[in-house]
Design a protein around this ligand. Structure first.
Ligand code: ADP
Ligand code: MG
Length: 390
């Protein structure tokens, strides 16, 4: 494979020998359960067949040396320089290196052995488009350090430590879904995760259905502020509903009927945000039964409903996501289409009849380009195995 040859060659040029191992960790796409992971809800992602690959060997020096091929950039860090986010020569650590350095930080916090590493890495997960390139980088480095450190942790534990790195070292307040999907992916299966208990099961992707991912080519704007506002609205809804239902701990604990009874006590915007979450959690519970029964048509309809809710209640869509979704839903063989990831740009996820997936992808790209003047990337994707050594 091209990416692997490329990082292996660059590794050889830079470090003078072939890498000891190559770690791979996939990106992910979420089919249902959007903006519910931080409300203790259920999510239904799949690891995808696009991934970050890290060629690595033990460094034999006090510091780790990294080459990020896609960014044409290099950086170094050691346990001594990590807290100050600097490099051994005192320059500041570039932002992209916070992800692998954060993984080392998180592992050191656990008192694990984390040897210095020489690493060259590259990815075909597009950055910042909602397919979780950041979690794929973190999980690939998790696997690399696990193999050099001589210890083994369960995949979910590695995911939690990667999430801690992103929350506490990088400073992004993400839920557990991204790292979980990258860590625990299963070939040809969707993953149904209970974000409260962290129990999960795999559910087969319906037979004769394909996942098509369509990148609008618009990168999200203002996300951290908008994202934090929405998290705050969900927390406020819980506080206000607790006046009537003191036993609830999160929106997960509120049924749609209960919500309808108490929604009038919430400020309008808070009520809209919370309604999305409560109804979306209801949809994921229905989805499990539909998938187990092989009812792909009705599952697709839940995806369409999810999109409407993200647009009108959670208000995280944008004109390009609307165009991509509308065109997809008008094409033959589309079971369901919706924006995926945090929103404000990035990708849509589409579930389509397998036999027509190639022509669907072609028509979608063509019509979107005609309508918007933008050049989208559209790919047919298979659920893939989670992070591991090649
Ligand atoms: P996403 O939705 O893709 O996870 P994020 O904003 O969470 O978007 O993470 C993107 C960041 O992750 C990039 O800005 C970069 O710092 C890091 N990253 C992602 N892919 C790579 C890569 N191939 N090489 C180096 N850093 C990467
Ligand atoms: Mg991310």
């Amino acid at each position: 494979m091209q990416l692997i040859d490329r990082i292996s060659n660059i590794f050889h040029e830079k470090f003078g020998h072939t890498p000891m191992h190559i770690a791979r960790a996939p990106g992910r796409v979420n089919l249902l359960g959007e903006h519910v992971d931080y409300n203790d809800g259920f999510v239904l992602p799949a690891a995808i067949d696009r991934a970050t690959y890290v060629a690595f060997s033990p460094a034999g020096t006090p510091h780790s040396s990294l080459v990020a091929v896609n960014l044409r950039n290099e950086a170094s860090f050691s346990p001594q320089t990590i807290p100050s986010k600097t490099q051994p020569d005192s320059r500041r650590l570039p932002d992209w290196a916070h992800y692998p350095a954060g993984v080392m930080w998180s592992l050191l916090e656990e008192q694990l052995v984390v040897p210095a590493i020489n690493a060259v890495y590259a990815s075909d997960v597009p950055r910042g488009s909602g397919l979780s390139s950041s979690a794929s980088v973190e999980m690939a480095f998790m696997i690399a350090w696990q193999s050099l450190g001589g210890w083994t942790l369960p995949s979910m534990q590695l995911a939690l430590l990667a999430q801690k790195a992103e929350n506490r070292y990088v400073g992004v307040n993400c839920g557990i879904m991204d790292q979980f999907a990258s860590a625990c992916g299963v070939n040809d299966q969707l993953l149904l995760l209970d974000c409260r208990s962290l129990e999960w099961q795999s559910v087969p992707l319906p037979e004769h259905a394909s996942i098509v991912i369509a990148d609008t080519s618009v990168r999200r704007k203002l996300t951290s502020g908008e994202y934090n506002n929405r998290r705050a609205a969900c927390e406020e809804a819980v506080r206000l509903i607790q006046k009537d239902l003191p036993e609830i701990k999160s929106l997960r604990d509120v049924s749609v009927d209960e919500f309808n009874r108490f929604a009038g006590n919430l400020p309008d915007e808070v009520a809209k945000r919370a309604r999305h979450v409560v109804e979306e959690i209801g949809r994921t519970i229905q989805a499990r039964a539909l998938l187990e029964a092989g009812d792909v048509q009705r599952f697709g309809r839940l995806m369409n409903e999810c999109h409407v809710s993200l647009r009108d209640l959670y208000e995280v869509s944008c004109p390009e996501l609307e165009a991509m979704t509308r065109i997809a839903q008008s094409l033959d063989g589309c079971y369901g289409a919706r924006l995926t990831g945090a929103g404000f740009g990035g990708c849509t996820v589409n579930l389509v009849v397998q036999e027509i997936a190639p022509s669907f992808a072609e028509s979608l790209a063509k019509q979107y380009a005609l309508e918007t003047g933008l050049r989208p990337q559209v790919y047919i994707s298979r659920p893939s195995q989670g992070a591991g050594l090649l």
